[in-house]
Design a protein around this ligand. Structure first.
Ligand code: FES
Length: 110
């Protein structure tokens, strides 16, 4: 994955929502939280389902299949049955500006 790479703009991911982006061979879910935008692997570590289809609550995204929540800041699950973190990605964007580009600044951090 080359750095940095624009993957969208802030208005693509309204506050409190998540959206999947395909970046090279990676499926990434970008989540817009009150603490800013974060990106994690769009695959639950418990089974092969997309986290982007789950509900966002603050800095957590809940897997729709069995209910594990993942902290999008760290990729760490905060509830069972998932016990393994998902990959995190570094992105930059001005979340206060809907027209701000979202840049993927680094590949996986875990
Ligand atoms: S598939 Fe996500 S918690 Fe089971």
């Amino acid at each position: 994955m080359s750095d940095p790479r624009q993957i969208g703009i802030v208005s693509d991911v309204p506050l409190g929502t998540a959206r999947q982006f395909e970046v090279g061979d990676d499926l990434i879910v970008v989540v817009n939280t009150p603490e800013g935008l974060f990106a994690i692997e769009d695959r639950c570590s418990h089974a092969d389902v997309a986290l982007s289809e789950g509900e966002v609550d603050g800095c957590l995204i809940e897997c729709w299949l069995h209910g594990s929540a993942f902290d999008v800041r760290t990729g760490v699950p905060t509830s069972l049955p998932a016990i393994t973190p998902v990959k995190t990605f570094s992105i930059s964007a001005d979340s206060a500006d809907p027209n701000s580009p979202i840049y993927l600044t680094k590949g996986t951090t875990q």
